[in-house]
Design a binder for this molecule. Structure first.
Ligand code: ZN
Length: 467
């Protein structure tokens, strides 16, 4: 159980306020008071020091994958890893062809007793049953976000054991989503029909570098698919979210489109801010979308600075290094990432003068909380919100070593990078889960987040319009 306490001496960072020295009163796992420094509270409430720390709202990683690590125990290992990175909430994707009632029951059995931080689910929709049951997923399981892979068309989908879908499927999915109150439909945007042809050509030429991987999936294949998703969404009155956006071309299309239709949200990932197709990581650096050009990388920083990008999330995939060391075309896609998001944004963004602390807080807290129906309990420091807090030492420098992090995976894209600015304490509903890198919170403290539609007071679409 959370004990009442006063957190003294920290500097509070909120997206919509200048940073401010403030003491925080925590009662019953919630924030009960924003206090002037030193302001007295009732006798007997224990005090803890946050002196020298910047206090962010608990960070939210809205894009992790369940089922790619060691099944069952990954709820333990990957939430330890999240807590080490200052994350108090994670939202994980499932991709199944079966009805989600069974998936939900099975996964909850494993997750409930193991998660260290709060967690929620996104369901991927892949067949007609999923569309029929969409409303019940919202009502029964509190799942208000659904993924659709625009690249799993026909053969591509059947190869993965899915029924195989097409634009007609997307049409019906978005239509049904609009009918039941507009849950967020997360569209993986990729024109696979074009990619398939380009990939065959690149492979025939013997290409096997990250640049060749990128050539097989050029920016056009992301941006065209992105436009299609937005066109469908506007026509059907649906709400769409583009994960892992990676190109200037697609970012510009989203900016243009929002002038006519605002229910479009976008996410980028840390690796599109730090890596390019010229990287020599080979299969280790294989992700979908691929690393892009230096200009695309610059565009992602611009999109964060001007507020176009709503969310930064990891696309965390906790596979082992061995699955990456197979040559480019056979290597698995994706990599672990939750624990290094904040140090990357602080080191490469804040300390290099590209982003303010407020801008970083926005894309890791209020942004995802607004898009994914987690506000007002999550994503802000305000009276009544959950006491989810991330204490940060902006000056701490540390060389990334995957061995010191708790993920089941055994490497990091940032191994050997010296990053400046690290989370030093993670508090979930008033309970300290991580202290100075060590896990001190109990397994099972993490609570399932049953989300509901219609609690979108912190709606980023509205906030964007005002800015
Ligand atoms: Zn992903």
């Amino acid at each position: 159980m959370a004990e009442d306490l006063v957190l003294r001496g920290g500097i509070v960072v909120r997206p919509d306020h200048p940073e401010q020295p403030m003491d925080l009163l925590i009662r019953d796992g919630r924030i009960a008071g924003l206090l002037r420094p030193g302001e007295p509270v009732a006798a007997g409430v224990p005090e803890q020091s946050a002196a020298g720390r910047h206090v962010f709202p608990g960070l939210i990683d809205a894009h992790v994958h369940f089922g790619f690590g060691e099944k069952i125990t990954e709820y333990d290992t990957e939430t330890i890893y999240a807590a080490q990175g200052g994350f108090t909430t994670i939202l994980g994707y499932f991709l199944n062809n079966e009805a989600y009632a069974d998936v939900y029951r099975r996964e909850q059995e494993h997750a409930r007793t193991r998660c260290r931080v709060d967690y929620g689910f996104h369901f991927s929709t892949a067949n007609e049953l999923h569309i029929r049951e969409l409303g019940s997923y919202v009502a029964d399981y509190g799942v208000t976000s659904f993924k659709y892979f625009m690249n799993f068309k026909g053969e591509e989908g059947r190869y993965l054991g899915l029924d195989g879908t097409d634009d007609g499927y997307l049409y019906d999915l978005l239509k049904e989503s609009a009918r039941i109150g507009r849950p967020t439909v997360v569209c993986h945007t990729e024109n696979i029909e074009v990619v398939n042809r380009l990939r065959r050509r690149v492979q025939a030429e013997g290409g096997d570098t990250l640049r060749d991987w990128a050539r097989s999936k050029p920016p056009f294949t992301e941006s065209e698919s992105c436009v299609r998703a937005m066109y469908f969404a506007e026509h059907l009155g649906a709400r769409v979210y583009v994960p892992h956006l990676s190109t200037r071309l697609a970012l510009d299309e989203v900016r243009r489109w929002r002038a006519r239709y605002g229910e479009v949200f976008i996410e980028t990932c840390p690796h599109y801010l730090t890596h390019t197709e010229d990287s020599d990581l080979g299969g280790m650096g294989k992700a979908n979308p691929p690393f892009r050009s230096a200009d695309d990388r610059a565009a992602m920083w611009e999109g964060l600075a001007d507020g176009s990008i709503d969310v930064v999330a990891s696309d965390h995939v906790p596979r082992k290094r061995a699955t990456k060391e197979k040559g480019l075309w056979l290597a698995s896609q994706g990599f672990p990432g939750t624990a290094t998001i904040l140090p990357v944004l602080l080191s490469e963004g804040y300390h290099k003068g590209r982003l303010s602390l407020q801008q970083i807080a926005r894309v890791l807290t209020a942004g995802p909380a607004g898009v994914f129906d987690l506000a007002p309990a999550k994503g802000r420091i305000a009276v009544g919100s959950d006491a989810d807090l991330t204490l940060v030492d902006l000056g701490r420098e540390r060389v990334v070593s995957a061995a010191e992090l708790g993920s089941w995976s055994d490497y990091s894209l940032y191994d050997g990078w010296k990053l400046k600015g690290w989370p030093v304490r993670t508090i979930v509903r008033g309970v300290t889960v991580m202290d100075d890198g060590k896990i001190v919170g109990p397994a099972g403290h993490g609570r399932y987040l049953h989300r509901a539609l219609g609690t979108r007071s912190g709606d980023p679409a509205g906030a964007r319009g005002k800015g």
